[in-house]
Design a protein around this ligand. Structure first.
Ligand code: 5RP
Length: 233
């Protein structure tokens, strides 16, 4: 078994943990790389840090809570000092595809609100252009066939061909996000210019959010085995 991707995830998470200061409110991502980051938070708390967290999924909330992070429900005064999350793909301009774990909506809300958004990823997530990983799009279940048709026509009109999609399933049933929505995964090939696609998809009634994160990332920390490299926006 090749353990390199996991070693890279861990080293990226360890590097990100160096940005964490006592008393910070953190946005805490979802997925296997984010889990390594939560492990690092456990160590910080054992060393005496007080940390507050806005988790991006129910799973992360349970893990962060067990780590000793004080979970907060954001209010009007909440400032998220630092959000740290994984990604499925990162392009040279630090645009991302996220949502492989189905938490893209909460992840985008938290990343958008954070003063600093740091992505941690093993080096295999670095791509020349986004799109080899099917794009997750979170949709409202009501009248989903109409929303799916609208998405298909939009993607077609932007010149992506061929493209194919599948509603995400888990254990033989439709996958539901923590918010109770469906996710359609869209394979459409290379996405050379992701920002217009993100904007067009978000205009469709029935689309709740898409997994393109354009122009949001401040820093990406790539882990390659025990080595890390940092790319800033
Ligand atoms: C969850 C995500 C994850 O950050 C993404 O899928 C990467 O996951 P992993 O760290 O397990 O490779 O967007 O919705």
């Amino acid at each position: 078994m090749n353990n390199l991707p996991d070693a890279g995830k861990k080293s990226a998470a360890q590097e990100a943990a160096r940005l964490v200061e006592d008393g910070m409110t953190l946005g805490i991502g979802t997925g296997s790389t984010a889990r390594h980051f939560i492990d690092e938070l456990t160590k910080k708390i054992a060393a005496g840090f007080s940390l507050y967290g806005v988790p991006t999924s129910d799973e992360t909330e349970a893990l962060a809570n067990a780590a000793g992070v004080e979970i907060i429900v954001p209010d009007d005064d909440t400032i998220i000092d630092l959000a740290v999350d994984g990604a499925d793909e990162v392009d040279p301009r630090l645009n991302l595809i996220k949502g492989g774990g189905g938490a893209l909506l909460r992840e985008k809300i938290v990343a958008n609100a954070a003063k600093k958004f740091v992505v941690i990823a093993d080096a295999s997530k670095r791509v020349a252009s986004l799109g080899a990983f099917p794009l997750p799009i979170e949709i409202e279940a009501f009248a989903r066939a109409l929303t799916l048709r609208d998405i298909r026509e939009t993607i077609d009109s932007l010149g992506f061909r061929p493209h194919r999609s599948a509603l995400r399933e888990r254990n033989g049933e439709l996958f539901k996000s923590d918010g109770g929505n469906l996710i359609v995964d869209y394979a459409m090939g290379a996405i050379a210019d992701p920002a217009p696609l993100e904007a067009r998809l978000r205009e469709i009634p029935g689309v709740i959010e898409c997994g393109l994160f354009c122009g949001m990332t401040d820093i990406v920390i790539f882990g390659d085995g025990e080595e890390t490299s940092i790319q800033t926006a």
